[in-house]
Design a protein around this ligand. Sequence first.
Ligand code: ADP
Ligand code: ASP
Ligand code: MG
Length: 457
Amino acid sequence: MIVMKFGGTSVEDAQAITRAAGIVKARLPQKPVVVVSAIAKVTDQLLAMARAAGAGDRDTALKVSRGLRERHYNVAGELLGTGIFTQFHSELEADFDALDELLRGIAAVGELTPRTSDHVASYGELLSSKIVTAAFSARGLDASMVDSRQCIVTDSTHMRAAPLFEDTNQRLQSTLPPLLADNRVPVMGGFIGATKAGVTTTIGRGGSDFSAAIVGAGLGAERIEIWTDVDGMLTTDPNLCPEAKRIKVISFDEAAELAYFGARVLHPATVLPAVQKNIPVYILNSRNPSCEGTRITTRAPHCRNIFKAIAVKKRITIVDVAAPRMLLAHGFLKAIFEAFDRHRVPVDVVSTSEVSVSLTVDSNESIPALAADLAKLADVKYEGRKAIVCLVGDNLRETPGVAGRVFAELADVKIRMISQGASEINLTFVIEEDAVPGVVQRLHKTFFSDLDPEVFA
Ligand code: ADP
Ligand code: ASP
Ligand code: MG
């Protein structure tokens, strides 16, 4: 069997869902399990209405919800035709009524907990998986919707719950193989799961890729296909640099590094369950299904180029912690990291000197409280509007002088932090957010003009 995951843009409207049905049909002999994201942008809207309700603004929440209802009805209506849609309509209606009820409840309390936020967010994948199942069935596929909350068992860390693999694998194995044996096409929503007690959870933004990998690993899939809206993993974000080229093959380590540092084409955790089981992952374009896409393999292929890609992560804040009177005091770093841990703020890049530590974190609302906490230990400054640029390539391990070449190219750019990752395959630095397009385009021109045809298309 194989797993085919369709991202938000690959199910964004009736046309996209019809394309997806065709792509799945062509793979029927390989016994696909389909994992779908919410329709494009729907998760953002669900979270926005949950926040509005949490702030007590019931009217805004319900207004956004009406728009969302309309959009889903339109997509389903266009896909199903009047006959089937009439029956199906009442099912969608019940879901949206329940969602509105939930929003009214949140607004009445005036507080949004992570648990309720997950409940609201789960409607995106719940609705898309229902609509996709109905649309596939109407197109001659014997599709069965499987509620992911019955299969993906997680802990109760709401908004970024971790899967409990043993329980999950058991449930996947008892639910999906019987359907496949019956020549059915199971359709599951990505991103969502439930605790053992049955409380709805989500596994982190962009998490449908992770869901696909969990399902693929749990069932020992032959391959996992991530269907998206670009030809595969590209040498950099095509929105930043239109000259970006397709990477034909890349290693799991390289892909994970790129994903972590902002290439949102793939969720960072995706690769893990797949790597452990040695399952190949492909990134493919649902708008151009004949393109070979990108193959992600265990071992990096031989490549003439030093780098495979440039990733960028924006909306970064640098936190500088300086402790003039505590020169290398024992336990100082520990105390700093404990503060980050207490505020649950993950750190990306770290650089230290004798008297100070600089760390980067995703800009978020916990930073002022974290800074106040850190101020008890040392002098603290923080500054937003930064970006992490990360060059990734397996050849970085063996090639001397690479940093010199990169920074010579950027002699006029203000570089705030530099780190050559412990993984030995990335060179990472922090710049002002405004400088990103220019820096990426220059680096792309220098390092990606003459490409190894074995690795790049
Ligand atoms: P999906 O909805 O299918 O999950 P995403 O929006 O999460 O799709 O990811 C695909 C997008 O990732 C692309 O449209 C592209 O804009 C962006 N992207 C960023 N970096 C890269 C990269 N290196 N290669 C390909 N796409 C990238
Ligand atoms: N719909 C979820 C999100 O937007 C999960 C996903 O699309 O991967 O984060
Ligand atoms: Mg995605």
